[in-house]
Write a protein that binds this ligand. Sequence first.
Ligand SMILES: Nc1ncnc2c1ncn2[C@@H]1O[C@H](COP(=O)(O)OP(=O)(O)OP(=O)(O)O)[C@@H](O)[C@H]1O
Length: 341
Amino acid sequence: MAEFVSGVNLFTDILNLIVLGAGGYFVSTGEIGMPDLVAYLLYIVYFIQPIKKLTNFIEQYQAGMAGFERFVEIMDIKPEREDSKYAKDLENVSGDIAFKNVSFNYSDKEKVLSNISLKIKSGETLALVGPSGGGKTTLCHLLPHFYEINHGDITIDHKNLNDITLKSLRQNIGMVQQDIFLFSGTIRDNILYCKGDAKEEDIIAAAKSANIHDFIMSLPNQYDTYVGERGVKLSGGQKQRISIARVFLKNPPILILDEATSALDNESEAIIQASLEKLSKGRTTIVVAHRLSTIKNADNIVVLTPKGIEEEGTHDTLMKNNHIYTKLYNAQFKGYMPDTV
Ligand SMILES: Nc1ncnc2c1ncn2[C@@H]1O[C@H](COP(=O)(O)OP(=O)(O)OP(=O)(O)O)[C@@H](O)[C@H]1O
């Protein structure tokens, strides 16, 4: 299709040149007069240019859809799974979460998570830390049922994920991920994605809570500003804050924050951290933390390594243990590297 579109655009460009060239030639030889030339120009404007606009529209639509499908893949489709006939909607969620002896692997080759058990009480924050590849993101992705586990149970409010309709499950979970997806459209469209019927004042309140409203108002078209290839270019921090506004608007009782590893400048990081703290208030939150400074106040910190859960407790308890967490912490704050993690 893309080849067809660019082929049509090339064709209309050549047609424009031929018509203009021929018009110029016949005017210069005196064979046609000005009225004919005007007719030629009208032909270009009314016939050829609309074809071009249409093909450009198709091109933009395709680019937008490709990105949109990637996003939907994350929140809606992965994997294609039918609800069981006993599945019920998750309603009035309080947000108690439990993983009981959960094992999971992507393929037959190696187990990514083996016999993981943990609990998160309603409204509390659990932080996952540990070396790269330990399975932190994977564990988060099991909660919205992106994958089927091989063994064990995952429950929300004591209801097994298998007995909850996928749609209602995901309506109750908000995610702020490392890879932020904004689709081609306006800033308003992007904030509205999870709640299409939201009122204007709610959109603005969400943007204010995500510390992005003032920036949006500084743009010439404000909330109607286009983002994406043909729109305004946004920094990583600004995109992150728009994705946070989206979750504020959705207002789910359960939150998954997979902290971005990419370097944000200190100012952006502080602003984003402040809005994430506000977002997680009163919600059951799982946070994957790479910067340990952000999770000192978490109710529970789990150290996940390829061996499984190696340590668990509050920041103070884990520092007293003087084991893996202490080494990770000291590596970040005192500048020396751990030798065993
Ligand atoms: N979609 C996937 N398909 C196959 N293997 C995967 C997939 N995603 C992750 N893995 C593998 O699973 C293991 C755990 O990865 P995961 O991303 O969960 O770790 P992590 O602790 O979140 O790492 P990081 O701190 O680098 O984000 C790794 O060996 C990784 O290569």
